[in-house]
Design a protein around this ligand. Sequence first.
Ligand code: AMP
Ligand code: MN
Ligand code: MN
Length: 351
Amino acid sequence: MTQSSTAGALYLSPEMESALRSAIAPAQNILCVSHVSPDGDAIGSLLGMGWILRHLGKQPTLALADKPAADFDYIPGFREIVGTSGVADDYDLIICLDASSPDRMGAVYRPAAHSQIPLLVIDHHITNTNFGSLNWVEPGCAAVCQMLVYLADALGAPLSADLCVALLTGLITDTLCLRTSNTNAHVLQAAMRLTEGGAQIQEIVARTLQSRTYAGLRLWGSVLAHATVQKRVIWATISLAQRKQVGAQEGDGEGLAGLLASAKEADIAATFSERVQSGARVVECSFRAKPGFDVSGVALAFGGGGHPPAAGCTLTGPLDAISAQVVAALQEAHQMQASGQVQPVGVAAHG
Ligand code: AMP
Ligand code: MN
Ligand code: MN
């Protein structure tokens, strides 16, 4: 058995492999979709799936409800991503990537038009609700892009340079450049194969994790000044007014929860970010936990999802009331987990 097939066998059972083949083989026109507010794994797995399907002679439509950040325009095929208006009613198959529940597909998925079409869910969130007609959910994988390396092997699609750049992007962004607690030998092996195939870690890091706007940095500055730590939970709120004050656009200042999580005085970090979504004010909640703690349960309880060390939810209501309510829930979860009343989930993953 080769090194690559060893890892594949671990995360892709023969039964699932044959179910995936049976789902994909007869389909020609395939809609691929990932989650709203797309991150590197959403965009990388969407574009990567596109390259795998094209290799198999299929015609994929790659759709995202929210416009992907131009930072990712170095990934081959980026310009072919369509928005909601580019999505038709009729497909042979829908493949949903990196989304833990159907609402995460946003307006791309219209139940009235699409509910009769087979839906293949490929995801690594422990909170996945198994909403597809076929669900390949593997929380042991650090990114959906890692899963697609095994899928490419299984379907006989070569790791072309285009595919490698797409897949390494998701693997690098979801693991914060191979630093998260779920970065094991299989993640490194997948990263090695993608690097051998023509993708470069340093280029991806420079375009994603190491790239911020001045307005985003100024937003961090103003927000950090008001961060609060209490009962081992650190949090900060980001209002629309604060964004406006520093000239921050949508997407500027992302990643602050991860920075807050580096505080020695806390085990759990949260940011509460006011946003306008389809004309309504919402609060995007982003949680991070240190190893041994688990924020996925609180996210799930508030209608969101994620992984033990990184999770989130989107709520409607006033920023201060929401942050107070959610912080109380996080502090309660922390207390239970610290006292051993609730065992945190062992598997760790991000993104
Ligand atoms: P973020 O804090 O946005 O980087 O997200 C961390 C993790 O939580 C990712 O795995 C997301 O998929 C998940 N997540 C964030 N917001 C939501 C949400 N509103 N619903 C479900 N999952 C979410
Ligand atoms: Mn994601
Ligand atoms: Mn992911």
